[in-house]
Design a protein around this ligand. Sequence first.
Ligand SMILES: Nc1ncnc2c1ncn2[C@@H]1O[C@H](COP(=O)(O)OP(=O)(O)OP(=O)(O)O)[C@@H](O)[C@H]1O
Ligand code: SF4
Ligand SMILES: [Mg+2]
Length: 377
Amino acid sequence: MSDPAISATGTKKVTCREKGRFESDTVDYTASPLLDVRELKKHFPVRTKDLFRPARDFVRAVDGVSFFINPGETLALVGESGSGKSTTARLILRLLEPTAGEILFEGRSLGRLGPEMMRQARKQMQMIFQDPYASLNPRLTVEEIIAEPLQIFHVGSPVERSRKVSRLLDIVGLASRHAKRYPHEFSGGQRQRIGIARALALNPKLIIGDEPVSALDVSIQAQVLNLLKDLQEEFGLTYLFIAHDLSVVEFVSDRVAVMYLGIIVEMADKETLFRHPLHPYTQALLSAVPVPDPDCRRERIILPGDIPSPVNPPAGCRFHPRCQVCREVCRREAPVFREVKPGHYVACHIRGQGSEARGRKEEVGDGGQETVDGGGT
Ligand SMILES: Nc1ncnc2c1ncn2[C@@H]1O[C@H](COP(=O)(O)OP(=O)(O)OP(=O)(O)O)[C@@H](O)[C@H]1O
Ligand code: SF4
Ligand SMILES: [Mg+2]
């Protein structure tokens, strides 16, 4: 991240004088982050027909992403399809090697850990997948599925593992009689509970949920979200919760990071992001969130076109071809991701930039009607 303020995560750079600046009801900026992601990049080479010629083009799936998550906190990572959310998750779990950047877990850089230390770190980070039908091995019983991570890490005897499976089934709201059954005998919500039990087996600190409820019916979604919340409270879990729309994350998250075409464009605590979104992309995502009060209607913002190709992202601000308040400067210069209010970061030339943006508007001289702060919906 180009703004040095954003890298002032946790205690590391927060001096006593600065502490006041970072005060927040939801975020403890004085805590040491459990996960600290810095300038993370993943560029996939685009293969040409000639296998021996080096790739000239790259899919910039993740292109300089930074965020932190404090222990016990839930950070939601939201963005439409193709914005790089799953790639970010896979990089954190080291299922992919980053092109650049650093991931610190409990203060230690994962890239510098030897194989045994990395193995230990992996135990602390588990994933819940989107599709509870595809993510469970259909040939294994529920007991075998949940006990598999324990076996891989040589935890306990077979009897102890079996006891642990019963306990985990109970924790996620299933019965021990389910242990000998196969995944196809369960509903989608029950399968996701099995996936959660498996993720809990090694007592992890961090759980990454990659769209863990998107494939479920709405009524079942609420049950699974409630379960995740209860588990967080009971076991002090830390979550990175990935979703493609904001409606799901309102209930579970403490803070929200909005991702677009490989970068984070806005990040704030949940209340600020939902009440005072600044980035036009966040505002468009938020306009799609249903409001329960019929007297309080949000005007839906329909973005033109699709998300551009990450092989050749637009120059300047990546969002400019779809932005309703785009200015000349936006086509030229990439906006800096900066802290506009304590804990509220945004990458936009116009929104949240106060007098600076007013000056820029005059400089650009486009006569736009846009208010400088954008405001909430
Ligand atoms: N192994 C790969 N090789 C090449 N390109 C890839 C690879 N994995 C992902 N991509 C590309 O990287 C971009 C980001 O993909 P990613 O799956 O991270 O997005 P996402 O935000 O999780 O999307 P969705 O909401 O659809 O799951 C996409 O354009 C995708 O096609
Ligand atoms: S920098 Fe410009 S194009 Fe990008 S989101 Fe802001 S106003 Fe829109
Ligand atoms: Mg994904």
